[in-house]
Design a protein. Structure first.
Length: 227
């Protein structure tokens, strides 16, 4: 099995830097990046029926119902051939069980679940500084990654905004939802021996290094086993 066949789940509360780390892992190992939050934001922006259904949940920091999310993910997974990384899914125990069921049906399994750990106060501090470009999707942080010109996207010149779900009250609500609904997945995957935890409060480069330190040996052991 090559790196391209890796199947990774990335867990972490809102603001733990999942998106950034997902991008670099996918690039390094040639994985498809499946981010349910991005899929839903795309549907909202395109004002599709699905977008209208999920938009209201997202705005108030609530989870989209499991049946809706599971259907979207199952359809996407069906179209993917090589390895993938799931970012933002599963987020509840029923979603995790449904994922197991889908994978079992296809004769696949998750290679590793990477969990980015962060303290809630650090998350609130980080997320309240977050600004995004509605035109191209680029994300900045007024503290740690400011744009070159204030309020303007470096990439496309678009006017940066604070996403509704990055506002403090919504962030606190999303953290509460994470604690209640998603934190139990840590124990679920730990019990299966698939979980590896990393301190998400360090710099993005340090977190990336820690993640590579976990995934590289998995890839090497695969190539070794094959040789
Ligand atoms: P994210 O960008 O991953 O933080 O997702 C943004 C929002 O999309 C979340 O706050 C939820 O409202 C919704 N969402 C994304 N993924 C899921 C999921 N797996 N289950 C339920 N809701 C989700």
């Amino acid at each position: 099995m090559s790196a391209a066949d890796l199947r990774i789940v990335l867990l972490g509360c809102p603001g733990a830097g999942k998106g950034t780390q997902a991008n670099s892992l996918c690039e390094r190992y040639g994985l498809a990046h499946l981010a349910t939050g991005d899929i839903f934001r795309g549907e909202v922006a395109a004002d599709t029926a699905l977008g209208r259904e999920v938009g209201a949940y997202m705005k108030r920091g609530a989870l989209v119902p499991d049946e809706v999310v599971n259907k979207v993910v199952a359809a996407k997974l069906d179209t993917l051939r090589g390895g993938w990384l799931l970012d933002g899914f599963p987020r509840t125990l029923p979603q995790a069980r449904e994922l197991d069921r889908c994978l079992e049906g296809a004769g696949h399994k998750i290679d590793v679940v990477l969990s980015l750990q962060m303290r809630p106060e650090e998350v609130v501090r980080r997320m309240s500084g977050r600004r995004s470009c509605p035109a191209c999707g680029e994300v900045y942080n007024v503290q740690s990654r400011p744009p070159k010109a204030e309020g303007k996207c470096d990439k496309c010149g678009g006017a940066l905004v604070q996403r509704e779900d990055d506002k403090e009250a919504t962030v606190r609500q999303r953290l509460k939802v994470y604690e209640e609904m998603t934190q139990p997945l840590v124990a679920y995957y730990r019990a299966r021996g698939a979980l590896r935890e990393v301190d998400g409060s360090r710099s993005p480069d340090e977190v990336a290094q820690a993640l590579l330190g976990i995934v590289d040996p998995i890839v090497s052991s695969r190539s070794g086993a094959r040789a």
